[in-house]
Design a protein around this ligand. Structure first.
Ligand SMILES: Nc1nc2c(ncn2[C@@H]2O[C@@H]3COP(=O)(O)O[C@H]3[C@H]2O)c(=O)[nH]1
Length: 566
C-alpha cells in the first residue's frame, strides 16, 4: 500500500487497524479468486479436438485451395474490369463470354460468403473459438463481411438502364482481402516462400503496366486516335501497342514520340513520376525478396571468406586450408547451414522437442545401448545433441585420450582402426551406430575414462555428439536409466576386454577390437602359433597392444606358457 503510515503514540491502535483492513481485503480477494481447476461453465473442446481446429486456422490446404479460386475470381475482375472499361472489347460477339465469366466469378464470391467465411475458426485471447454461432456472429460483425457483401451487390443490374458496361462491376474489387489472405497462407505452407513473393511482385509490376496501358488508350481516345504522333495510332493490336507504350514510359526506356499538347505533356510527366517512384520501389522490393531468399547463402560465403582470410594472414599450411574449405563446403551442401543448433535455439522448447523427436527418436530407440532406457530420457538427450561433420580420415577419437563425448552416426561411416600406422580396420560403423560410449560410461578411477580405440571418419561423416556433462545432467533425473546404462557399460567393458589400471603406454590401451566383442576361440589362438616356444608368448609380446584387450585370457595363456617353458 502506498498510503504512508504515521507513527504516533497510538501506533499499536493504528497497526491493529491496518491488520484488520488487510484481513478484510484478503477475504474479499479470496471471494473473487477463480479456482483454476474448477470446470468452466462454458463448453470447451478436448485438446485433441484443438489439433484439427488449429489446422483449420493455420495450415488447411483445402481452405487455401478454395482461396486460390477466390483469388482467381478477384484477379479476373481486377485485370478485366479496367481493360473492358478502357478498350472497346464489349462487341456483341464477346458479350456472352464476358457475361458467363462474370457470373462464374460472382458465384465464387457468393459461395465464399455463405459457405466458407462463416465457418472459419479464429483465435480470441489465445483461445480457439470453434462455436459455430460465435464464428458466424464474428464474421457478420467484421469489416470483411461488409466488404464481401458490398463486393457482391448486383450493381450489374444497371446494365438494363445504361447498357453492358463493366464499370458497374467495380465493387467486385472490394474482395481484395481474400487475395492477401491467400498470399499469406500460401507463404506459410510453401517450402520456398520467396518463389511466391517474386511471382507476386512481378504481378504487381505487370498490373501497374496494365493499368497504364488502359490509361494510355483512354488518353488516346480523348485526344483522338491517330490524331497526333504521341497517341495510339490505331494500327495493330490496341492492347499490345498500349502495353508497349506503358513499358517504355514507366521503365523510362525512352525513345517515345514527343508529347505536344498540354494534356499529352501532363500525362507523360505523370507517367515518368509514377515510373520513378512506384516502379523503383517495386524493383527495390524484388531485390529485398531475392536478398532474403539468399541470405543464408550470403552468410555462409561471408563466414567462409573471413575464415580463409584469417588462415592466409596467419600463414596456415595450404593442406589445412584446403581441409577447412572442404569442411565448409560439405557442411553447407549436406545440411544447408553451418550450425543447425543456432536455428533451433530460437524456438521454444516444445517446438525443438517436436522437431528432434520427429527426426531422431526412432533411430535412438533402435540403438542397443539405449534399449530399456526411459523414453523421456532419450528425448532429453536428443535436445542436447550437437551435429558435427568430420572429413575423410579425420580422427574422431584417439586411443588413450580422455573420453568426454559419445557419438551417434547420423550419416556416413567411421572405422575403428589400429595396428602399425593405423592400417588395420577392426570394425566399420554405419549410420545409426553409437561409439565412444565405453570411456564415457566409466568412471575416471583407474583410467577407465580413456578411449579404448582409434576411431576415424571413413568418408564424410555427419555425427551427433553428446557431451559427458550433458549425459550426466540428464541421468540425474533418470536413476533407472542410469542403472541400465551403467550395467551396459560394465558389460561393454567386459566384452571389449577393458580392464583395470593403466600401467604404461604399452599396456594402457585395452580395447581389443580385432576380436570384436567375443573372447578368442582356440582357432584364433592356433593362428597365433599355439603356446609353444616362439609361438604365442613371443607373439603376445609383439602384439601386446592388440592382445592387451583380453587381459584375463592373456594371463591364463601366460601361465600355461610359462609352465610349458619350465
Ligand atoms: N575397443 C574397441 N572399441 C570399439 C570397437 N568397436 C567399436 N568401438 C568403439 O570405439 C570407441 C573408442 O572410444 P571408447 O573407448 O570411448 O568407445 C569405443 C567403442 O565405442 C571394438 O571392437 N573395440
Amino acid at each position: 500500500e502506498s498510503r504512508p503510515i504515521v507513527i504516533s503514540k497510538d501506533f499499536d491502535a493504528q497497526l491493529i487497524e491496518i491488520v484488520q483492513q488487510y484481513r478484510q481485503r484478503t477475504e474479499q480477494f479470496k471471494e473473487k479468486v477463480i479456482d483454476p481447476y474448477a470446470s468452466s461453465p462454458e463448453r470447451s473442446p478436448p485438446v485433441s479436438e484443438y489439433k484439427s481446429i488449429q489446422l483449420m486456422i493455420n495450415d488447411n490446404r483445402k481452405y487455401i485451395a478454395w482461396l486460390s479460386l477466390v483469388t482467381i475470381a478477384f484477379n479476373y475482375n481486377l485485370w478485366f474490369i479496367p481493360v473492358r472499361m478502357a478498350f472497346p472489347y464489349h462487341d456483341p460477339e464477346a458479350v456472352p463470354l464476358w457475361f458467363t465469366l462474370d457470373i462464374i466469378a460472382d458465384i465464387i464470391y457468393v459461395i465464399d460468403i455463405i459457405v466458407f467465411q462463416p465457418r472459419l475458426q479464429f483465435c480470441k485471447g489465445g483461445d480457439i473459438i470453434y462455436d459455430k454461432d460465435v464464428i458466424k456472429k464474428k464474421y457478420r460483425g467484421s469489416s470483411r463481411f461488409q466488404n464481401d457483401v458490398l463486393s457482391v451487390l448486383p450493381s450489374d443490374l444497371l446494365y438494363f438502364l445504361f447498357g453492358f458496361k463493366s464499370v458497374f462491376r467495380i465493387n467486385r474489387l472490394m474482395k481484395s482481402e481474400a487475395f492477401f489472405e491467400f498470399s499469406d497462407r500460401l507463404e506459410g505452407i510453401m517450402t520456398k516462400a520467396y518463389i511466391w513473393r517474386v511471382i507476386r511482385t512481378i504481378g504487381y509490376l505487370m498490373f501497374i503496366l496494365h493499368l497504364n496501358a488502359c490509361l494510355y488508350y483512354v488518353a488516346s481516345e480523348y485526344q483522338g486516335i491517330g490524331k497526333t504522333k504521341w497517341v495510339y495510332s490505331g494500327q495493330g493490336s490496341a492492347y499490345l501497342r498500349c502495353y508497349y507504350f506503358a513499358v517504355r514510359t514507366l521503365i523510362n526506356i525512352g525513345g517515345l514520340p514527343e508529347p505536344h499538347t498540354v494534356f499529352e505533356i501532363t500525362f507523360q510527366l505523370a507517367n515518368f513520376f509514377v515510373g520513378v517512384f512506384v516502379f523503383s520501389s517495386l524493383i527495390g522490393q524484388m531485390r529485398d525478396v531475392i536478398g532474403a531468399a539468399t541470405a543464408s547463402q550470403t552468410y555462409f560465403r561471408a563466414s567462409m571468406d573471413a575464415c580463409v582470410e584469417y588462415m592466409v594472414s596467419n600463414h596456415i599450411p595450404r593442406l589445412v586450408q584446403t581441409r577447412v574449405r572442404t569442411w565448409y563446403n560439405y557442411t553447407w551442401d549436406s545440411q544447408g547451414m553451418l550450425d543447425e543448433s543456432e536455428l533451433l535455439e530460437q524456438m521454444p522448447l516444445v517446438m525443438r522437442t517436436a522437431i528432434a523427436v520427429d527426426i531422431n527418436l526412432a533411430t535412438f530407440q533402435k540403438i542397443d545401448l539405449f534399449k530399456g532406457c526411459d523414453n523421456q530420457m532419450l528425448v532429453d538427450m536428443l535436445l542436447r545433441l550437437k551435429s558435427i561433420v568430420y572429413l575423410p580420415g579425420d580422427f574422431v577419437c584417439k586411443k588413450g585420450d580422455i573420453g568426454k563425448e559419445m557419438y551417434i552416426i547420423k550419416a556416413g561411416e567411421v572405422q575403428v582402426i589400429g595396428g602399425p600406422d593405423n592400417k588395420i580396420v577392426f570394425v566399420t560403423l554405419k549410420a545409426g551406430c553409437v561409439f565412444g560410449e565405453i570411456s564415457l560410461l566409466q568412471s575416471s578411477a583407474n583410467g577407465g575414462n580413456r578411449r579404448t580405440a582409434n576411431v576415424a571418419a571413413h568418408g564424410f561423416a555427419n555425427l551427433f555428439v553428446l557431451d559427458k556433462k550433458d549425459l550426466n545432467d540428464i541421468l540425474i533425473h533418470y536413476p533407472e536409466s542410469q542403472k541400465v546404462l551403467a550395467r551396459k557399460g560394465r558389460k561393454l567393458m567386459k566384452a571389449k576386454g577393458k580392464t583395470a589400471p593403466v600401467k604404461d603406454e604399452g599396456e594402457k590401451k585395452k580395447g581389443l577390437a580385432m576380436f570384436g566383442q567375443k573372447p578368442p576361440t582356440p582357432k584364433m589362438l592356433r593362428a597365433f602359433g599355439g603356446f609353444g616356444k616362439g609361438g604365442l608368448l613371443e607373439k603376445l609380446r609383439v602384439c601386446d597392444d592388440l592382445m592387451s584387450g583380453i587381459m584375463v585370457q592373456t594371463h591364463i595363456c601366460n601361465l600355461v606358457c610359462v609352465w610349458q617353458w619350465i
